[in-house]
Design a protein. Sequence first.
Lengths: 305, 360
Amino acid sequence: MRNQLLFLRNGKVVTGLAILGFFTLLAVLGPWISPYDPNQVSDALLSPPSAAHWLGTDHTGRDILSQIIVGARGVLVVGLVAGVSATVVGVLVGVTAGFVGGVGDESLSALSNMFLVIPQLPLIILIAAQLPSAGGLTVALVIGATGWAWGARVMRAQTLSLRKRDFVEAARANGERTWRLVLAEVLPNLTAVIASGFVGTVTFAVLSQVTLSFIGITPVSEWNWGTILFWAQNNLALQRGAWWWFVPAGACIALLGMALTLVNFGIDEIVNPRLRSTGLHARSLRRRGIRPRVGFTPVVREARS
Amino acid sequence: MSADVHTERGALADAGPAAAEPVLEVRNLSVDYGFGDDPTHVLREVSLTLRRGEVLGLAGESGCGKSTLAYAATRLLPPPGLITGGEVWLTNREGTRADLLALSDAELRAARWRDIAIVFQGAMSSLNPVFRIEKQIVDGIVAHQPRMRREEARERAAELLRLVGISADRLRAYPHQLSGGMRQRVMIAMALALEPQVLIMDEPTTALDVVMQRQILEEVMELRERLGFSVVFITHDVSLLVEVADRIAVMYAGEIVETAAARDVYAKPRHPYSAGLLGSFPPLHGPRRELTGIPGAPPDLSAREPGCPFAPRCPHAMDVCRTELPVLGRTAQGEDNRLVACHLHTTASSTEPLPPSLSR
């Protein structure tokens, strides 16, 4: 197998990617594969799951399954856009602050510290409420603009430690330009931190957006899983025992979060070359009863091929 | 004092006249790197015996398995290292023998440092920069002897420092306040804290200047006489080994190719690789000679060829060397106390004598 595809042999990564792929498929094909129009009312008011409505209907007879399928797009787009924008800003600010030092570091650190102490959700609510149209993309950008500070913090700390390492000094002594030092020497060592920061931000963005929809900040006509929960909450789904209304949406959110976390676990083992062999052979190691640990080299007595 | 080596066929006892009881016996130790289907077999059935009070030197080029052998024997090899077979018998002070590879985690942890201590390659950075060295030594002692009071442990720490030639008032120093040589001594003092049976020194003086090297080694050798522990000394500095070791095991490509008393290896190498190693550095005593070195590089252990691993670089390689792996056995001269893994010695006869470089 080619080296670039090695990460596909990690069980956690494959599971996570499979779930992500499933949701991505829903997000892309949503409007075409949903059995009903999610806004179409019908006579079947608040009916439990049946052959006609696999996940039942809400108080106006709208199909829940269709709402979930169509709503996937909103969730994923917001997660992705917010994740990418927050990560890009975080890396730019953090790595720059860590590498340049001095006044630049001080001011950039002050900026990210400011964003760190601002309570995030109220700020998002305020900004979203002020904007004329608080649609998906706007929310995503607002989340991105407020959620980069932690990443920048971590990135700065890591860069500070990296830029003093011997290999960076050696590259500097070789006459490499500063931007090359940053891009070719420091950044590759940050891959794991960036990737896990990205995954974390996506999770945070999805949860923020679901929260915003749930409390009704974003337009309720725009379907996402939070909107479903908004309607369920407003119409006392729990008290009426209409579990099919909120459980599937909640499960989808949890599943997406789990998928992102699984990918995150895998990234760590793939990006760190030292952990790679362990991560790639986790299954066979378990089967052979080997637990790789530092300080206690495993002993196996098996027939050698 | 002697070390002997077992082959796969079984023990080839070569108890010398001064043979003491063995403290550390490595038997058929095999080590792989890599957890996948195609691991690299780094060590192949290596056997080695360390006797009480002996200094055993492990020599060889970089990457021939010296450190791997030492770390595998103590189960300190980091992932993806994997021990795939063998036994490591250690006799502790009470005289009980235990297989280090079969011990439970707790037993192994207890045996470490108490019975077998290691001075690491990077001993300079093995001290924690934020604690005074007193705390670091005391913590170590108390971890192994919970019933010892801290004052006692502190006294012991002072005693240890004096042992390695540092005045006891340096106990209150932080590591950065000590020179490299002093830090090295502190590491050796710590290793000796619990009076281990075996001290493994993995290139302990590589980062030091020769004056300091000599001082520290002389101290270790003197302490060994006094405290009666055994030393496994790993270095690629063969001239140093010849000076300090009682016995030398020459390693090549993860196998021991020759083992003999240090002076014999130096004066009369029997394996072409040993001869090549000796020809790579100037002799400390005796007449000057041409430095020859060894052409080529050590083999890639992940793509082993059949036959002797040294054959491609060997000036005396024969046909059989490329097809059959030589095993450790007696030399053609039939000398006691030394073993060599070379076809030249098994096939040598009156018609086909050994090359002059190996029959001195």
